[in-house]
Ligand binder design. Structure first.
Ligand code: PBG
Length: 327
């Protein structure tokens, strides 16, 4: 018998053959666009570390949401940048807080045509920049924070969120939010839990996007996961599902594909992945220098996330990818 016995290159010979046997199909339906809306501005403000992404005004947010609808993108997730921050993050649950105002506007204009998700956290709204309430000694108080999360969930649900997405990594947050929603008649509001969220260095540009500096040069390692651990991600996720999470998420994406793949085998709810700000900016920066082909690397990474089992992907490339992939 001639060597080699098996010729795998036969099926790679032409584009049509490759298309025929391709296992993974990245689609517009896989994309969710993160959008920032800032209180008290008249013009959208570019975010220098996230080229192509802006802090929106209410008007530019609405225009962007309509554009996403026209491209067939099925979801968006909102982050608010308030004018004023305080110790308890009041703006997060204020009915007139920026995200609530934006949600009412979007549910009036594009509601039903695109899934309206709201990131549920306090860090954008607190003056110390932590995701929860801080005790006098500087540590984050888990259980006091849960009460605040319940209030934020209700404010978002009342304003028209289809999905609330707790990202603060407090223990028991999903159960607390589910309870608060159910008690107030919002049994139909879904929860997308950031279940396996790591204390990653890849959130840098996001913090510029939402004007967050953690007080005293602190970090989030006392509540976000240690990136040396994988088993812990399974424990976190199983708990979130038991507490009522309708969907769960891994974040960041590309550095945690092993975690994503493990979770997809362990839970019976959709597992999403967040291709975060640093992952986006690294591609954009290298492409700007001509060091990589940005479009090719974008498609490679998003497809890899899908191949690892993601049900959908939150990505700052949503518009660009949707334009490339077609409806
Ligand atoms: C917390 C939150 C963060 C991101 C999403 N939700 C920041 C953090 O945990 O520090 C990061 C998203 C990104 O980097 O794109 N509200």
């Amino acid at each position: 018998m001639a060597f080699p016995a098996r010729r795998l290159r036969r099926l790679r010979r032409t584009p049509a053959l490759r298309r025929l046997v391709a296992e993974t199909d990245l689609r517009v339906d896989d994309l969710v666009a993160p959008l920032f809306v800032r209180e008290g501005i008249d013009e959208p403000r570019p975010i220098s570390s996230l080229p192509g992404v802006a802090q929106h005004t209410l008007d530019s947010l609405e225009a962007e949401a309509k554009h996403l609808v026209s491209l067939g993108v099925p979801g968006l997730i909102l982050f608010g940048v308030p004018e004023r921050k305080d110790a308890v993050g009041s703006g997060a649950s204020d009915p007139d807080g920026i995200v609530q105002v934006a949600l009412r506007r979007l549910s009036d204009t594009v509601g039903g045509e695109i899934v309206l998700m709201a990131d549920l956290c306090l860090d954008e709204y607190t003056d110390h920049g932590h995701c929860g309430l801080v005790r006098p000694g500087g540590t984050v108080d888990n259980d006091a924070t849960l009460e605040r999360y319940g209030e934020v969930a209700l404010a978002q649900a009342r304003a028209g969120a289809d999905v609330v997405a707790p990202s603060g990594m407090m223990d028991g947050q999903v159960g607390a939010i589910r309870g608060a929603l159910d008690d107030d008649g919002f049994a139909e509001t879904a929860i997308l839990a950031y279940s396996a969220k790591y204390a990653s260095g890849l959130y840098g540009p996001f913090r510029e996007a939402v004007d967050v500096t953690i007080a005293g040069g602190g970090d989030r390692r006392s509540y976000q996961q240690d990136w040396r651990n994988g088993t812990e991600a399974v424990a976190e996720t199983l708990l979130d599902v038991a507490e009522g999470a309708d969907m769960v998420m891994v974040k960041p994406a590309v550095t945690y594909l092993d975690v994503l793949s493990a979770l997809v085998r362990r839970v019976e709810v959709p597992v999403a992945a967040y291709h975060v700000s640093g992952e986006y900016s690294m591609i954009r920066a290298a492409a700007e220098r001509g060091w990589i082909d940005g479009e090719a690397v974008m498609l490679e990474q998003l497809t890899a996330i899908k191949r690892a089992g993601a049900a959908f992907i939150l990505t700052y490339f949503a518009t660009e990818a949707a334009e490339l992939l077609g409806g």
